[in-house]
Design a protein around this ligand. Structure first.
Ligand code: SF4
Length: 243
């Protein structure tokens, strides 16, 4: 069970207060296999773009079998706009073949089965486990990794290590929610490379912000002292300096 510190709890309370506790999935889907394919497509691509592509894609390919039997070149063209389309098309076909051959066309729920599918890593597996099966999981994407480090909830760089560490510090009922809330924060306020800290409700609990403010304060002090000393020298030189 996670040991939730005051620092973590304060962050979670503010996230709940500002973003609510409703589960939202940013990738449009109507069932498990559509979410699986949308998640594969979302690598290095915005959810908004994936949603544009899947709108037509899911009308053209209406089942796991349809994707398993898709023509590689044609599928590449269909998903071209999401980038890395050679690999993604290859993975989608292989993954859907696995689903048909090993799981009767159904998307499995265990981490082991999900990660046995072609092109499916822990992140994708956790998206499915959280959104479809409501199994508590911490999905570590670029926002979650970057912002969790800023908030001092992890020092790790490797996404799997970040996931393990977050599972230790976050209460289980926030594993899915934390990801949803942090993605919203990352999109609206804590943007890379320049976060809009002036608009952020977490400044008091953000070690990254505190460290930057402290450093900026020191620089200002130094500059003021330097400016004061320069003024004194000028006045002295012009004979204005009085005792
Ligand atoms: S205070 Fe700034 S760096 Fe910290 S979470 Fe908010 S926006 Fe990000």
């Amino acid at each position: 069970m996670a040991r939730v510190t005051k620092h973590t709890q304060a962050i979670l309370d503010l996230l709940d207060e500002h973003y609510g506790t409703e589960y939202i999935c940013y990738l449009n889907h109507e069932n498990a296999w559509q979410l699986l394919i949308a998640t594969i497509l979302s690598a290095q691509c915005t959810d908004a773009r994936v949603n544009i592509v899947t709108k037509d894609l899911f009308q053209k390919y209406t089942s796991v079998e349809a994707f398993a039997n898709a023509d590689l070149k044609e599928l590449e063209q269909d998903i071209h706009a999401t980038g890395f389309y050679h690999n993604k098309a290859k993975n989608i076909i292989a993954c859907c073949k696995d689903l048909v051959e090993k799981f009767g066309g159904e998307v499995p729920s265990s981490m082991e089965d999900l990660t046995s599918l072609a092109g499916v890593g822990r992140k994708t597996a956790n998206v499915i486990r959280g959104n479809i099966y409501h199994e508590p999981s911490v999905v570590v994407d670029t926002h979650v990794k970057r912002i969790s480090r800023k908030l001092g909830l992890t020092k790790e760089e490797d996404p799997v290590k970040v996931e393990m560490e977050l599972m230790k510090v976050l209460p289980k009922d926030h594993w899915i929610l934390y990801n949803i809330q942090i993605i919203t924060l990352g999109r609206q306020i804590c943007k890379a490379p320049t976060p809009k800290c002036g608009e952020c409700f977490l400044t008091q609990h953000c070690p990254d912000y505190q460290a930057r403010s402290k450093a900026a304060g020191k620089r200002l002090n130094k500059a003021e002292k330097k400016g004061g000393a320069a003024d004194k020298t000028k006045k002295k030189a012009s004979g204005e300096e009085t005792k």
